[in-house]
Design a protein around this ligand. Sequence first.
Ligand SMILES: [Zn+2]
Length: 315
Amino acid sequence: MKIVGHRKEKELIKKLLDKNYDSLSLLFEGKDCIGKKLFALYTARAYLCEKKEGFGCGECKDCRLVNNTISNIYEGTNLTPHYNIKLIQSESREIKIDQIREIIEFLQLKSEKGKVVIIEKAENMNIESSNALLKTLEEPPSNSLIILTTSNQAKLLPTILSRLKKIKFRNLSDEEIREILTLKGVNEEKLDNLIKIADGSLCLPLIILENENLYRYAKDISNLIINPKHPEGIFSLANSFENLEVQQAVLVFDIIYNLLSKALISGNINPDMFEMFIKEYKLARDALLKGVKKKLILLGFYFRLTDEVKRWKQF
Ligand SMILES: [Zn+2]
């Protein structure tokens, strides 16, 4: 796994590490799916490297063990990981106090080497977890590096935020997204469409790679919105839409959102129309999650919205 992009963030982190603080607590803040966790792991490598070269020399014992940790996480290998790194991966689940206690104990264990703790999606910490962590951040053990990643810092306690050095991660550029997807072996024909809906992050492209039919639905629906001369196509789409899982149906709406954002930028729809779409998009999303019949949601969404488009284009 190689890190792509984030050159400025890299320089900033390296500068902080070079100051050789006794302990360092960082917050990596930015959109989901832009590489913050991988960056945190490379920062751990830089911190633990015996030679302290760049983001790790890649060859010393510590670097090799961190490489194992990275490969276990991203490639599903089962190699000996670095014993001085603890990572809490939370996905969408709550981070419980027991998980925080575990890392506190880990930080208190005696060790000649530095220790690294990474908490992914720190916004998922509940109030007890946050308070427990706060105590550690107030008096971090010497020779420790603590990294929290988040896409929503407003959900973190202000007292926690004030104890972290914040690194703002920018969105990925289209070229960086192209490079990462190419490294993942995505073929040339698919790249352009995936980049079109990416919006600075890999979340949607990665989901779409696993569910290509969803992209086709979203594209067909968006085309019928932008150009509603022959709206009858929506009926057969609505029949297929009914057979999707709820989460897949929500995803179709999210992809339409990205496609219409692009249409707005290129002038194919106007801002009023986009505003109307946002309203309908929220209603449709809520209705889907409440279990309303998917077919009805799509038809209602479509006809209310296209009435607006027709008015705008004066059909
Ligand atoms: Zn090294």
